[in-house]
Design a protein around this ligand. Structure first.
Ligand SMILES: NC(=O)C1=CN([C@@H]2O[C@H](COP(=O)(O)OP(=O)(O)OC[C@H]3O[C@@H](n4cnc5c(N)ncnc54)[C@H](OP(=O)(O)O)[C@@H]3O)[C@@H](O)[C@H]2O)C=CC1
Ligand SMILES: O=C(O)CCC(=O)C(=O)O
Ligand SMILES: [Mg+2]
Length: 417
């Protein structure tokens, strides 16, 4: 069926029911991408910790059969030079519905475009879901890190990330600038001869499907507010559109009504009867508010680039990107991945924190309905941190910590299950 992906002889596929919920067998096959750089260190640890949590939670009644699929440097080794993202990886991610990946390298400037972005676009994984929560004992630059408890819904399929970019001096750049100046009357391209160009598509559909998921998440999880974060004062039709379409959707699909004449809105959570406030904030102000008044924000819905910046900034408030998980989700297919990248200087050293990818797997288990195994991961992570046997990123900021390796931290977690 596949050229290089070996489907395990045991186990079954996860399937999607007519109502879009998952049908998860007791022995699902789950594809994974190891990842570049430190992906080689953290992914094997994640697999081991998840296997231990599942074994502890279900005593052999449930088991994951892992199936490796390839992207990045490893794909070029397996499929040949230049094959960074084989078609069959996309096919397997679709067919097996739920998967997990390590980080993949994107060179700055020239070279391949982001494989991470390509996976999200090809599979139409339009939600990048990144919960930001504080675990007791984690070192943080804040005095009260526990006040940061947010869930980011980052639009994952459009914006400046669509990759429509023209190099300075290229025919495409010249032609587009010529069109903008001559036909559209653009007068503000300061140096037309030497400008590179990037295009920022932001649509009503793309905004609505993201904001809908954020509002539904607030309902399902009893959250008090959803904040639309944008730079709509400057980019009026793209980021401003995101804000306006977001509010409009809250009104037309969730029955939200303006508070004191707007623009903030509110609606009743049908599950709890409590108010959910829908509000907005301009992105630069938001980046100061999350440090000064984090408790005022809960669910955050934002565009692709803002969401990228906000993810790492918020992660720093609760201990850094060594402990920042995430999920890329479409209507049915989901691919879980850490917020951080390949941290190349640490690659192959069994050094970095595997926590982000392990917590991404925790999100995956919860998504599959395997809450007991997910709970085991959370409780063992909490105990590992409180025991102060931690990787370098925490050890350098904690008094009295014992520094352990990447695999060592995985073992500490397993010992606490
Ligand atoms: N989804 C993905 O696959 C992503 C891929 N990337 C790609 O990764 C590559 C490297 O990007 P870069 O900007 O350096 O960002 P990285 O996220 O890879 O690393 C930045 C810094 O974050 C810290 N860090 C990262 N991972 C961990 C971890 N597991 N445990 C503890 N600390 C960690 C390290 O900080 P310190 O130096 O303080 O120890 C590291 O130097 C690029 O090619 C980029 O495109 C980037 C983000 C996401
Ligand atoms: O694709 C990349 O290399 C970077 C992606 C990224 O930073 C992110 O998704 O947070
Ligand atoms: Mg990022």
């Amino acid at each position: 069926m596949y050229q290089h992906i070996k489907v395990p002889s045991q186990g079954e596929r996860i399937t999607v029911k007519a109502d879009m919920s998952l049908s998860v067998p007791d022995e699902p096959i789950i594809p994974y991408i190891e990842g570049d750089g430190t992906g080689r260190d953290i992914t094997p640890v994640m697999l081991k910790v998840v296997d231990a949590a599942v074994a502890k939670a279900y005593g052999g009644k449930r088991k994951i059969h892992w199936m490796e699929m390839y992207a990045g440097e490893k794909a070029t080794q397996v499929y040949g030079p230049g094959v960074w993202l084989p078609d069959e990886t996309l096919q397997a991610a679709r067919e097996f519905v739920v998967s997990i990946k390590g980080p993949l390298t994107t060179p700055v400037g020239g070279g391949i475009r982001s494989l991470n972005v390509a996976l999200r676009q090809e599979l139409d994984l339009y939600v990048c879901l990144r919960p930001v929560q504080y675990f007791k004992g984690v070192p943080s630059p804040l005095k009260e890190p526990e006040k940061t408890n947010m869930v980011i819904f980052r639009e994952n399929s459009e914006d400046i990330y669509a990759g429509i970019e023209y190099e300075a001096g290229s025919d495409e750049a010249k032609k587009t600038i010529d069109f903008l100046v001559r036909e559209m009357g653009a007068k503000t391209i300061r140096f037309p001869e030497t400008s590179a160009l990037g295009i920022k598509p932001v649509s009503i559909e793309g905004t609505e499907r993201l904001v809908r998921r954020a509002l539904q998440y607030a309902i399902d999880n009893g959250r008090p507010s959803v904040t639309l974060v944008h730079k709509g004062n400057i980019m009026k039709f793209t980021e401003g559109g995101f804000r306006d379409w977001g509010y409009a959707l809250a009104g037309k699909e969730f029955g939200a009504v303006p508070i004191d004449g707007g623009p903030w809105m509110k609606f009743k959570n049908p599950r709890t009867g409590k108010d959910i406030v829908v509000k907005d904030v301009i992105a630069d102000a938001f980046l100061q508010q999350i440090l000064m008044r984090p408790a005022e924000y809960s669910v955050v819905a934002t565009l692709n680039l803002n969401g990228d910046y906000i993810s790492d900034a918020l992660a720093a408030q609760v201990g850094g990107i060594g402990i920042a998980p995430g999920a890329n989700m479409g209507d049915s297919v989901a691919m879980f991945e850490a917020t951080h990248g390949t941290a190349p200087k640490y690659a192959g050293k069994d050094y970095v924190n595997p926590g982000s990818e392990i917590l991404s797997a925790e999100m995956m288990l919860r998504h599959m309905g395997w809450t007991e195994a997910a709970d085991k991961i959370i409780s063992s992570l909490e105990k590992a941190i409180l025991s102060k046997k931690v990787t370098y990123d925490f050890a350098r900021l904690m008094d009295g910590a014992t520094q352990v390796s990447c695999s060592g931290f995985g073992q500490v977690m397993i010992d606490h299950m």
